[in-house]
Design a protein around this ligand. Sequence first.
Ligand code: NAP
Length: 266
Amino acid sequence: MKVAIQNNDKPVSVEVANKLRHLLENADIEINQINPDILITIGGDGTLLSGFHRYAHQLDAIRFIGVHTGRLGFYTDWREYELESLVESLKNDDGESVSYPLLDVTVIYEGDRAENNFLALNESTVQKVGGTLVSDVYIDDVHFERFRGDGICVSTPTGSTGYSKSVGGAVLHPRIEALQMSEIASINNRVYRTLSSPLVIAKDEEIIIKAINSDELLLTMDHITSRESDVKEVHLRIADESIRFARYRHLNFWDRVSESFIGEKN
Ligand code: NAP
């Protein structure tokens, strides 16, 4: 087994990464940053997102493990004081994994420029570069609505606890293979009308956004921002690829949601 390590630059994460390196060497587990079987990220959910984008072209070969150096995260099942038990699990690894859907974002441009593809683990947002976005929203070939507002967020099930939740999206169990579209500050009055609530599409459906008032858009894919010109359409659907996590133990999803967002119950 070959293991890569990616950590954020907080002193505690650097220290944990050094300790993990030492434990892996003692256990005769190869550290290989180029072609790993497993990527262990040390930091937070943000660090796992960075690790995902760094190795996104090797998803078939890599399983992910997140170690959180703060409180437990949504992609990070391990805490920094559990490294010994994590290395023990790696030694007994039988290849088991759990996989979650990713978001495929395809940008189609005006003219004959080739389309561009992006992957997101949490979500993608579509916004105008400055000002109100006016866009037609299609679900497959159905013209669903004309949107006016700050932008549109489309999230994966695992991304539903991230930005999507902050713009009013529901929390989805990660085993649900579906995408959720939420509005970012839509304009709704007697003249302009949108659904005004998040919606969840089936796994074989696609959301298509055609901006009316600009061909220059700001797209985000997780923490990455891309300014796109000459955009004709943006297509968002569940990707053919998925992300696989090495599953050495099971943490209850709703327990994690409750702990993260509600805390102590009285
Ligand atoms: P960031 O500062 O790295 O992350 C913002 C916060 O979102 C961090 O506390 C991070 O957790 C948490 N987070 C990331 N993915 C999550 C998930 N799936 N469920 C619950 N919490 C999650 O921000 P960034 O680098 O700009 O963007 C990375 C991601 O952060 C985005 O994809 C977005 O989902 C989320 N974000 C949310 C908001 C918001 O809610 N208003 C704003 C910006 C970004 P850790 O501390 O464990 O890293």
